[in-house]
Structure formats: structure tokens, C-alpha cells
Design a binder for this molecule. Structure first.
Ligand code: ATP
Ligand code: MG
Ligand code: FE
Length: 344
């Protein structure tokens, strides 16, 4: 079956077409340039941009896939989490299409989509695996039995998400918004052993109580103190070393806990997804330590890590395969949609 996937949770308008596990087209329009000068996403601007971008993005995806709208067998759309105004535009479009075509509608969880997209790249998932979602708003470890029906959250961040911590450190180092990719680029010129920054919830009682949870706010504060200390003394901040040492601390704790979760669940596959999985040190360290521990690490190429329509079409397609009942045409979007709600 041919699934149309629509993503509009934040600033990316994504439309994709997937048949089974085959990706036929994936087109994304972003309004990030319009937000950059404000140092953050402006929800009102994002909603309007979705409204303007949707039809051209849909047309481009259909043309690229070489299919007609009438060929679509099901429509999948992000139901949450995300910005209310942004979600509403995508959901309204998806409902209109499902109604006009007389096809089922699936309102799906964006965060689970960040993991689901990997099936389009590396093929069917094993019977059980651990998922690590790292994005602008989420950092969670998932025990996945069936991506469409059975996902249990083992742990999550108690404060900042990994991407959020990077964006904050980017601002601290005077880099443009969003800081994540800039900090990553800068870190590649630095010495990751230069400064030993703290690894949150990784020792003694903390790790016993929170084996699969994360905390990045202490790390962010440690970076701020370090930078301030040098500036107050009139010194020059070694920005590349700070970026590299900070990246190392984040990647280290993410990979350690994800591999520990694999051991705990007896899984030999780890799938990493979400915007932050574009991070070069995370990708490197996960591959390195995974192969040492006999764990297969799957991370999609960078264009499928950030928000896109393919992830939503992939999850809709998995739902069809698992025989999940469609959502009601009147489905409500949920800006705070919990991880364990896979379909609205
Ligand atoms: P969510 O998926 O939780 O709703 P989101 O959709 O806003 O959040 P994504 O688009 O998945 O988040 O990811 C964006 C985040 O990833 C931003 O915080 C960005 O800075 C970060 N990011 C992107 N590339 C990199 C990179 N190479 N290194 C570090 N962070 C990165
Ligand atoms: Mg984005
Ligand atoms: Fe996302």
C-alpha cells in the first residue's frame, strides 16, 4: 500500500510517499531562515509558513514519486508532540485529503517516527530492539517490541534534551541559532580530552536510581562556569576544545546508557533517531562501542534524522502492516502527546 506522510510539528513542512518500506519521495520545506534572527522558533510565523508551503511540497512529492493523489491508500500525519499551530495546519490538510480520497487517516507520534524512519534505510526491525530518540525536545530510551503498537519508555531526560543543551551551549559560545550543528562543526577541530565535564546521572546512587534517565542541565552549567572563569580572568576561551569536550560528555553518557539498556533487555540492536543523531561524535562513539559489545547500531543518514515526512509515512506504513485501526477523522492534535501513545 502507498502511504502519504505529512509532518508539520515545528518549522519543517515535510511530505513523503512510502510503499511498504520503500521510500518513493521525501520533500521538505523549512521556515528556519525566518526564525533564525529571533534566536528561536516563532510559532505564529511557523504556522503561516506551513500553510504556504503545504500544497507546493505535496505537489513536488507526488511528482518526484511519479504517483497521483488518487493512488494513495492511506494518509499519515503528525498528531503530536509539537507546536499547536504548526500541528493544526498539517492535521487539517491530512483530514481534508483523507476525506476527499475516502482513505484511512493515521495520526501518529512524531517522536516514534524519528525511530520508525530507519526501516526505510536499513530494512525490517528485529523482533525487539532499543531505540534512542535524541532531538530538540526529547532524549528518551525506548524498549521497542513493535514500532506501531508496543513501545515502552525506559527513561528520559529529567531536564534539557540533548539538542536543547547543544543549542544553549552554542549561544554561550556566541554561535548562531540553532547552535547544535555549529557546536558539532567546531568540536571537530578541538581536543575532546581537554576538559573533563560532568556526566549526569552516571555515578553511584544516581545511576542506580536513574539507570536509563539523562540530565544535561548540570553539564550546561559546568560549561558556563568554565567559560565565565576564563573570561573573568581576561583569557581567551578555547572554544573548539570546549565544544569537543562538551560533545564528548553528551555522547559518552548517551551511548553508555543506550548500550546498558541493550544489555538489560537482551537486545542486540540499537536504533538511534531524531535531530541530534546527526551529531558526529554520537555517531562515531555509538558505532565504535556498539561493535566492541556486539551490538548492531543503526542510525539513519543525516537527512532522515531531522524532521521530515518520510518518518511519518514510515510509521503509518508500519501501522498498516501491524493491522492498527485508523484514527478518527475528527482526531485532535496533542502538543504534549506522550511517547507511549503511538497513534492518536
Ligand atoms: P522533537 O523531535 O523532540 O519534537 P525537534 O523536532 O525540534 O524536536 P529535531 O528537528 O528532531 O527536533 O532536532 C533538532 C535539534 O537537533 C536541534 O536542537 C539542533 O540543534 C540539533 N542538532 C541538529 N544537528 C546537530 C548536530 N550535528 N549536532 C548537535 N545537535 C544537532
Ligand atoms: Mg526542526
Ligand atoms: Fe523532531
Amino acid at each position: 500500500p502507498l502511504v502519504l506522510g505529512i509532518e508539520s510539528s515545528c518549522d519543517e513542512t515535510g511530505v513523503a510517499l512510502v510503499r511498504g518500506r520503500e521510500l518513493l519521495a521525501d520533500v521538505t520545506a523549512s521556515s528556519m531562515d525566518e526564525h533564525a534572527r529571533f534566536g528561536g522558533i516563532v510559532p505564529e510565523v511557523a504556522s503561516r509558513a506551513h500553510l504556504e508551503a503545504f500544497v507546493p511540497t505535496l505537489d513536488a512529492a507526488l511528482a518526484r514519486a511519479g504517483v497521483a493523489l488518487a493512488d494513495v491508500d492511506a494518509v499519515a500525519v503528525t498528531a503530536g508532540p509539537g507546536l499547536v499551530g504548526s500541528l493544526t495546519v498539517g492535521a487539517a490538510a491530512a483530514k481534508a485529503l483523507a476525506l476527499a480520497l475516502g482513505r484511512p487517516l493515521y495520526g501518529v507520534n512524531h517522536v516514534i517516527g524519528h525511530i520508525a524512519v530507519d526501516e526505510l534505510v536499513s530494512g525490517p526491525f528485529p523482533e525487539r530492539f532499543i531505540g534512542l530518540v535524541v532531538s530538540g525536545g526529547h532524549t528518551s530510551l525506548l524498549d521497542v517490541r513493535d514500532i506501531a503498537t508496543d513501545v515502552v519508555e525506559l527513561g528520559q531526560t529529567l531536564d534539557d534534551a540533548a539538542g536543547e543543551a547543544f543549542d544553549k551551549v552554542g549561544r554561550l559560545l556566541g554561535l548562531p541559532y540553532p547552535g547544535g550543528p555549529h557546536v558539532d562543526r567546531l568540536s571537530q577541530r578541538g581536543d575532546r580530552t581537554a576538559i573533563r565535564f560532568p556526566r549526569g546521572l552516571s555515578r553511584g546512587k544516581d545511576v542506580a536510581r536513574h539507570p536509563y534517565d539523562f540530565s544535561f542541565s548540570g553539564l550546561k552549567t559546568a560549561v558556563a562556569r568554565y567559560v565565565e572563569g576564563i573570561e573573568d580572568a581576561g583569557g581567551e576561551v578555547p572554544v573548539a576544545d570546549v565544544a569537543a569536550s562538551f560533545s564528548e560528555a553528551v555522547a559518552d553518557v548517551l551511548v553508555s546508557k543506550a548500550l546498558a539498556a541493550c544489555q538489560y533487555a537482551g537486545c542486540s540492536t540499537l536504533v538511534i533517531g531524531g535531530g541530534f543523531s546527526a551529531n558526529s561524535r554520537l555517531r562515531e562513539l555509538a558505532a565504535e562501542r556498539g561493535s566492541r559489545q556486539g551490538i548492531q547500531v543503526r542510525i539513519p543518514p543525516i537527512r532522515y534524522c531531522t524532521d521530515n515526512g518520510a518518518m511519518i509515512a514510515a510509521l503509518g506504513s508500519a501501522m498498516l502492516r501491524s493491522g492498527v485501526a485508523p484514527s478518527a477523522l475528527g482526531l485532535a492534535t496533542d502538543s504534549g502527546m506522550p511517547l507511549e501513545t503511538i497513534r492518536a
